[in-house]
Structure formats: C-alpha cells, structure tokens
Design a protein around this ligand. Structure first.
Ligand code: ADP
Ligand code: MG
Length: 382
C-alpha cells in the first residue's frame, strides 16, 4: 500500500505542483492518476520513489515513512516505467532487462535467465534478446521497458504515460497485455496518463487531478462515469459517458433469439427473410455479414446465383460471449437489420438481440440494485 498523507510540492518559483494530496493506492491494485497536462501527475508519482522530495507531508510505503528509507533500498522495491522506455541504446535488449538484477549483484547467468523469462512474459520473441533498442518498434520498446521494471520483481510499479507515445493499435494491445500480466502478478501499481479512456480501462481506482495539483475525485471507473464529483470531472470524463458506463455491465442476462442463416458459397435459390436481411455464416457458423435479399427496389441479391463475399454488408459489430451491454447495444445499432449479432466464445453465432431489448434490460438493471462491476467486462470498450 502507498499512502499520500497531506503531500505537497511547491517549487521555488512559486508553482504549486501538488497541493495537499491525500490518497491510498491499495496493494495489488492499479491506481491511475489522470488529469490535464501540468496537473502534477508526474510530480506525484516521483515523490513515491523520491526522485522528487515533497515540500511537506508524508508518503508511506506500507507502514514506513519513505523519507526514512534510503533511496537505493526504496527504489529496489519500486519498478519505474516511462514514456519512451528509456532503454540504453548501446546495450542489447537482454542486457537492458538485466540492468537492475546486475546492479543488485545477481550472478550473470541468473540475471540473464530471468531476463529471458521476462522477454517472453511481455510477449516478445526470444530472438529479440540480442537486438538493440533501435531495432524495435515503439510498442516493442515499451514492452522491454515493462520487462526491465519487473526484472527484480519489485512489489510496486510506477508507470508514467508508458503507452502514450505508441500508435493506437499497439497501445490497445499493450493495455490488454498489461492487464493480463497484472492479473498474474498482482503488483501495487500507480499508473499516470492524460487519457481518460486509458484510465477507465486500466484502473481499479482512478484519481482525477486538476491543475494546481488538487485531487478532484478518487473513484472506481464505473462510478467516475456515473457520478462525476463536479463540473470539472464531468467535462474531463467527457461525452458519451452514459453509453461508456454500459461497458461495465455484462450482457449475459439478455435473451437471444434464433437467427436464420445462410452459408457463404451456398445457393440463393429459395432464400428468404421476413425483413429482407439474412445473416450469412461460414462453414463453422461464424457470422460473416448481412445479405440483402431482393425486394421491391432493394437492389439486393437476386433470386439466383450463390452467396458471395462481395454481396455482404459488413457494417455490423459483433458482441462476444462475455460482452458488455455497451458491446451488445453497439451490435444492434450498427446492424443493418437492427438485430445485433452475438457470438459464443468460439466465434460461432449464438443468436441476436434488438436495441429495445437491450434498453429494457438497462432499465431493469437501473431499477434493481445491480451494481456495475469495478472493471470493464471483456470487450466492454469496443
Ligand atoms: P504532469 O505530469 O501532470 O503534466 P508535472 O507533475 O510534470 O505535471 O508538473 C506539475 C507542475 O509543476 C507544472 O505546472 C510544471 O510546469 C511544474 N513543474 C515541474 N517541475 C518543475 C520545476 N523543476 N520547477 C518549477 N515548476 C515545475
Ligand atoms: Mg507528466
């Protein structure tokens, strides 16, 4: 556990970077600091490992006042990951990861073995070991940064915008893998970002800071969306928050309807659908897209020929077996037939739902005491 007890940081030029921060980052959880540029996120983070000393107040690590712990001892317990990974350019990836274990006096063989294990853990191929940082993409370098921070197995990890500089697709992957890794490791993590969506996706709890280093709200992500503490938090959390909050409610209570289907590659002869839209599936029963059957003035598929890929409307999203209400509603809204496609864990069609049915369930849950879960359900942000 990390505890900020009335912690402030004032700079000599009069800047108040952090103003009387009180906050607990519980053990084994991810606490995210989020807020606009200059609101004191980095300063707060660095006061934990004493790269910056507070002007007043105390940062506690479990039951110890960090100002009484020698910095080298403190930092041995705290991994640190920054935006551009900060790798040593002239050292191989393996040597980069082994940096801290070697500093701690581990023998070389053990340090290298540990580093190879971590390379795999963060999802990089073994042959990257002998490469140099410049030979890796930004996202891959960030993985190495994470591996390096984990090398000495510190109980605490500080991460300062570790995924901000990589492209959106790589960022999404890094976030997923980070959550998977944390599921295995259960570190006490303080994670800084300026991106509210990242905060909501990753945080067990989210601390929203405002410029001047003041804590505006500390809450679980779902609560931040549903009950922003004030106008600043509401505007920072942003638009669509009602919709985004649905990402925290599982859709498993939805009753699915059987949906008639047609195989891609099969004959169109005799195909019909009440409303003109027929769902096409592949050999395994995985939905491929919607087929518009010929109707008056529809310009759709004729009554002859076969179902080919290029006849399919592919605009609809597909909600997975573990989907959230957000994913289910999006499947409905994006489907040309108005029927949202839900698949099982193997990607096969499970059935369809309609938007009114999802809305009815939302309304039922609002009336009942069902609490949203603390973390987005799988696929909840899609
Ligand atoms: P964030 O990480 O949220 O963008 P920082 O913690 O880096 O913000 O900075 C908080 C505030 O403190 C900013 O206004 C910044 O300009 C100021 N600041 C940071 N370092 C110094 C310094 N060494 N001297 C004066 N002001 C500083
Ligand atoms: Mg910063």
């Amino acid at each position: 556990m990390i505890r900020f007890d009335s912690v402030s940081k004032h700079y000599p030029d009069g800047t108040i970077a952090v103003d009387s921060l009180d906050l607990v980052a519980p053990s084994g959880q991810i606490t995210v600091f989020v807020g606009p540029s200059g609101c004191g996120k980095t300063t707060s983070l660095r006061m934990i490992n004493r790269m910056i000393e507070p002007t007043s107040g105390t940062v506690w690590l479990d039951d110890r006042d960090t100002s009484t712990i020698a910095t080298h001892e403190l930092r041995r317990q705290i991994g640190y990951v920054i935006q551009h990974a900060g790798l040593f350019p002239h050292r191989t990836i393996l040597d980069n990861i082994a940096t801290v274990p070697l500093l701690l006096g581990w023998d070389r063989r053990k340090a290298r073995a540990r580093s190879r294990e971590l390379l795999e853990r963060v999802g990089l191929p073994a042959h990257f070991a002998e490469r140099y940082p410049a030979q890796l993409s930004g996202g891959q370098q960030q993985r190495v940064g994470v591996a390096r921070a984990l090398a000495a197995d510190p109980p605490v990890m500080l991460m300062d915008e570790p995924f901000s500089a990589v492209d959106p697709i790589a960022r999404d992957q890094l976030q997923e893998e980070f959550l998977r890794l944390q599921g295995e490791l259960g570190k006490t993590i303080v994670f800084v970002t300026h991106d509210i969506d990242e905060a909501i996706k990753l945080g067990d709890q989210v601390a929203v800071l405002r410029v001047g280093g003041r804590l505006a709200q500390l809450a679980a992500p779902a609560q931040l969306l549903s009950e922003p503490a004030d106008a600043f938090v509401a505007s920072f959390v942003g638009r669509d928050r009602g919709y985004r909050a649905l990402g925290f409610t599982p859709a498993h209570k939805l009753v699915l309807h059987d949906e008639p289907t047609i195989r891609v590659g099969s004959s169109l002869a005799g195909a019909e659908a009440a409303d003109g839209w027929l769902l096409a599936v592949d050999e395994q029963g995985a939905p491929q897209g919607w087929l518009r059957l010929a109707g008056p003035g529809s310009g759709g598929a004729g009554a002859a020929g076969t179902v080919t890929e290029d006849l399919l409307h592919r605009g609809g999203t597909v909600a997975g077996a573990e989907a959230s209400l957000r994913a289910a509603l999006d499947a409905c809204l994006s489907s040309p037939s108005g029927r949202g496609v839900v698949v099982d864990s193997d990607g096969r069609l499970a059935g369809t739902v309609t938007a009114p049915e999802v809305l009815t369930l939302i309304e039922q849950q609002r009336m009942s005491s069902d609490q949203p879960s603390a973390r987005p359900v799988a696929g909840g942000d899609r």
